[in-house]
Design a protein around this ligand. Sequence first.
Ligand SMILES: [Zn+2]
Ligand SMILES: [Zn+2]
Length: 332
Amino acid sequence: MRCDVLEMRPEGIYCPGGDFFVDPRGSVPRAVITHAHSDHARSGHGHYLCANSCKPLLRVRLGASASIESIPYGDSIQIGDARVSFHPAGHILGSAQIRIEVKGEVWVVSGDYKPQADRTCEAFELVKCHGFISECTFGLPVYKWPEEELIHQQVNQWWKANAEDDRPSLIFAYSLGKAQRILAGLESGIGKIFAHSAVCSFLEHYKSAGVDLPSVIKLGDKEKEHFGGSMIVAPPAVEDSRWAQRIRNCRKGFASGWMSIRGARRRRNVDRGFVLSDHADWPGLLEVIKGTEAEVVKLTHGNGDVLARYLQEMGINASVLNESFYVREEES
Ligand SMILES: [Zn+2]
Ligand SMILES: [Zn+2]
């Protein structure tokens, strides 16, 4: 990547004017963080800067000793020659696009984002810029998300049907963001709601941010009650664990954008897939990238070749940014 504002280094995206990294790996003195998912918010850095509502989630991730500073969305802070501000990315609570301005040139690092509705986080804000570093996790035309409300209805109908058979519903969703989004859509009249402790560790911060959530019972390792008719929300990582195995006779669901692809549900060995993603779909990516009016677009977080070609045909200078250190996220 060649521009005056940002450059690529082994640790990640670097701003020479402000001497800081965005979502770096390794160990750097100053990290500016888009959001609290583990492939963006890594421990080991000297100092962290994030948006206000990201801070408590980052604290859960990094522990008590990390040095974390935060500012409100829209406020800017001068770091060396760079003016830095955070703007809602609509991905999870506290997620931000980072706007960096150096000598009149503006770049925005999107982090992960989605312009679609999500009742558990701040709505995406479009930021005009000269250069845009965009994620493209779902950068193919086949990815097009149904309305969020429709997915919540599907989950509730599935839960209700399982409850009528006196069977538990066990739904897998990434512990930060997706799980809270599933919880926020549940009709609590149907039955009891349980969640894995990894999901519960973030709940109080969602509630204090004003997100409306039903009451949830934390499910530890030991309880062996009858779960018939209950909804249990758990991260995908516990799927084959003893924690999940003691929930007998359950029906399993999985919430992810990948569920829109034929065969994904079978591969995951679940009864039901729900197409709920925290990332932009293909129309969302196009809408945002065009909306930024960026002349230069760098794509990360996915196979960006198809999208880069599509944008080039529209006259945008688009290319794939080689960032092998990003792992594909479970939460997608
Ligand atoms: Zn993320
Ligand atoms: Zn990510």
